[in-house]
Design a protein around this ligand. Structure first.
Ligand SMILES: Nc1ncnc2c1ncn2[C@@H]1O[C@H](COP(=O)(O)OP(=O)(O)OP(=O)(O)O)[C@@H](O)[C@H]1O
Length: 710
């Protein structure tokens, strides 16, 4: 080695080491700068939100990000408004457009994903104590910014001035006890931060350059220059803080189930099913509540549209009104529509001619019956023409059967009367005649509407429009309806959820899931706590249907589900017996006057539910004559009205009222002895299930009028 060579190598080594230390120092300065900015911005957010502690919120600052050693989450707010995970960002030149966030030219949307993931983890953890997933909300606060309020990737991005108002606007959604339960869990989930990550002062031994290092040493500037994002003064004045808090107090409270559930329900809301699923349970066990929360959850997590549908056309409107109060952030992405209205809209959109005409199709059937049925073995038997009309509507058209071979050995689920081959041939002749009458009159019936929509969806599928379909009261739909709805999402994970209770099926005929081409094997859940009724009402209603069996959509025949627990207690239901209407009507009026004197029960909390339309219009007339305001249940859309609701039991499906009166029961419908004829037996079963539905609509009190006893 030549003289001076080793000194030169050592000099280059020392330069390289110095450079490495410089880089480490620059990194540390940059980090310090970021912490400095964060300290300022986080302090400002905390100052803006500090007043929340005066209205029952707890502010957990600088907590550890679950699952990490050193990462921190700026602020977790737990209080009556729910849980808010707040991250403050000192982002300059932010623009939010088309669901993306940009800082200058750079797309930083993905930086929100970590916060969205943390929200999912928090939702899962807090579901263990019953908190509904929608009550955990991620917020990014843009330091020094104002006038911003947008939601991206499920994360709400707001300006510093907006954050307090946004949080107080949620009002009071949790009770003090619920806040305590959530807080206890949150303190464990978000522990205190430990010591910050140590500064690494060691630099690796550099590989010494063979030649001298050219140029001067790299200089690194201070990273903590005052951020330009702080140019606006975004702190709130004391008056603005007061206004925000006051607005929060004035938000009307929501019902408890909208934010807090049983842990079993809360977990079910978030559960992922790898295919179609089914939620079952006796009346009042919170199936619809879970369905609504699930609709909101899926709308949030998939970012797509969710369809909530049911057979009863007014029920979706009522559910929509509930969701609007429970989860206003997603209500525009959850579509509520009756199943026939859905089909009608689809056919209209596609320009398919379909004119369902109830009266016209009734006349078409009557003509076909005269021509083909009345003199056949159908007309000679004890069953009336209505039974055969139902056979065509529910058994044949409900399935979309078009060839006799399909019908010849069909298992007619839900129909008690056995039909031999010659009977089926006679039905088929009647069916052909009926279809010919419809075509000749150029009209359709409502089953055609579904079958046409189903065919249209086969021709041109509507895949990708909905990320999930939730069917409430699924037992009421026909096989073709289920197939049509299933085709919208197929077997996608969490795509198709059926909710229902076979005990409440009140239409003739039925279907099995296997026939509809879908399976929920391993994806069925049963709910078993009755939240709606008092134990006295449940026991009265169950007494009626004890021993009755029904055919379930899973193919089994058996008794109904029974709730494992019924926490609420109340007075015994009242029975008024009379030989005719006079005494029952007088007692009905008296009952309404008595219950509406109770504190907290207004006319709008009372429903008179009847088996037939005729009884409903008679009851309406009786109440009006007595000066009691009445509203037709057909017109009820979930908006409160100060009038007694009167309608058929069919229209009351899925709904509930504090007080229910059922004035048109006949003695034989409540007796334990079914009629000998199997078709009469089937109708008797249906009526009893209908009465069971009506009775289980009552939250606090039930009154029944039974005619036929002297
Ligand atoms: N976790 C809960 N806490 C308090 N109330 C609840 C809870 N879950 C449901 N409820 C209430 O119980 C009642 C019945 O709920 P829901 O309508 O969802 O039952 P369901 O099983 O769909 O009934 P049905 O089959 O009879 O229509 C509603 O008043 C609902 O608000």
């Amino acid at each position: 080695m030549a003289a001076g060579e080793s000194a030169g190598a050592e000099a280059r080594r020392q330069f390289a080491l110095a450079l490495a230390h410089d880089r480490a120092a620059a990194d540390a300065r940059a980090a310090a700068g970021r912490f400095e900015i964060a300290e300022i911005t986080e302090r400002r957010t905390a100052r803006n939100l500090a007043s929340l502690s005066g209205v029952g919120h707890f502010l957990l600052a600088d907590r550890r990000w679950p699952g990490t050693k050193h990462a921190q989450i700026d602020l977790v707010v737990v209080g009556p408004g729910g849980v808010f995970i707040v991250d403050t960002k000192a982002w300059a030149e932010v623009s939010i457009d088309g669901g993306r966030v940009h800082r200058g030219e750079a797309d930083v949307t993905d930086e929100l994903l970590a916060l969205a993931d943390l929200t999912a983890v928090t939702q899962a953890e807090l579901a263990e104590v019953g908190l509904a997933p929608g009550e955990v909300r991620p917020f990014v606060v843009l330091a020094g910014r104002r006038g911003i309020d947008a939601t991206v990737q499920g994360v709400r991005i707001v300006g510093e001035r907006e954050v307090l108002n946004c949080i107080t606007a949620y009002g009071r959604r949790l009770t003090d006890t619920q806040v305590d339960a959530v807080l206890a869990r949150a303190l464990v989930l978000f522990p205190q931060t430990t010591a910050p990550a140590p500064v690494v002062a060691t630099v690796p031994e550099p590989v010494v350059p063979a030649a001298p290092v050219p140029g001067p040493m790299v200089r690194v500037g201070r990273a903590s220059a005052p951020p330009e994002v702080m140019e606006q003064d975004a702190l709130l004045s004391p008056e603005e803080v007061n206004d925000a808090l006051l607005r929060g107090v004035l938000v009307s409270p929501i019902e408890e189930w909208m934010s807090f559930l049983h842990p079993q329900q809360a977990k079910l809301v978030r559960r992922t099913f790898q295919g179609p699923s089914r939620i079952r349970g006796a009346a009042g066990t919170g199936k619809t509540v879970v369905g609504l929360h699930r609709a909101a959850h899926l709308a949030r997590t998939t970012g797509g549209r969710v369809l909530v549908t049911s057979y009863v056309k007014t029920l979706p409107q009522v559910l929509q009104a509930m969701l609007a109060r429970m989860a206003p952030d997603v209500v525009d992405r959850v579509e509520f529509v009756g199943v026939n209205a859905f089909a009608s809209r689809l056919l209209n959109d596609r320009g398919v001619d379909c004119r369902p005409n109830r009266k016209g199709s009734g006349q078409a059937f009557a003509a076909a019956w005269q021509r083909t049925g009345v003199d056949s073995i159908l007309g000679q038997g004890p069953r009336d023409q209505r039974y055969w009309d139902e056979e065509i509507q529910c058994v044949l058209k409900g399935r979309g059967i078009t060839r006799f071979e399909q019908y010849a050995d069909l298992n007619r689920t839900g129909r008690r009367h056995r039909l031999a081959l010659n009977g089926r041939q006679a039905v088929w002749a009647l069916y052909e005649a009926y279809e010919a009458e419809l075509r000749a009159r150029r009209i359709h019936d409502f089953a055609d509407q579904i079958l046409l929509a189903e065919a249209e969806l086969v021709r041109e599928p509507l895949r990708g429009v909905y990320s999930a379909v939730i069917v409430d009261e699924a037992q009421d739909l026909s096989c073709a309806m289920i197939r049509m709805l299933h085709s919208l999402v197929g077997d996608e994970p969490d795509g198709f959820t059926l909710i229902g209770d076979g005990q409440q099926s009140i239409y003739p005929g039925g279907y099995t899931l296997a026939e509809a081409g879908l399976s929920v094997a391993g994806r069925g859940v049963v709910l078993d706590i009755n939240y709606r009724n008092t134990a006295q009402i449940v026991s009265f209603a169950q007494g009626l249907v004890t021993g009755d069996e029904y055919a379930d959509i899973d193919g089994a025949i058996g008794p109904g589900d029974v709730p494992a627990s019924i926490p609420r207690r109340g007075p015994e239901p009242v029975i008024e017996r009379g030989p005719g209407w006079g005494r029952i009507n007088a007692a009905m009026i008296e009952r309404i006057r008595t219950v509406t004197k109770e504190i907290g029960t207004g006319l709008g909390d009372v429903a008179v539910l009847c088996i037939t339309r005729q009884s409903a219009s008679d009851a309406t007339a009786v109440l009006r004559r007595a000066g009691i305001p009445v509203v037709d249940l057909e017109a009820y859309s979930g908006t409160p009205v100060d009038a007694v609701k009167v309608g058929t039991i069919k229209r009351a499906k899925g709904l509930e009222f504090k007080q229910v009166l059922i004035p048109d029961i006949r003695q034989h419908q409540t007796s334990g002895q079914p009629p000998a004829d199997d078709a009469d037996h089937e109708r008797w079963d249906l009526t009893r299930r209908e009465l069971y539905v009506a009775m289980t609509r009552a939250r606090d009190g039930l009154w029944v009028g039974i005619r036929g006893v002297g």
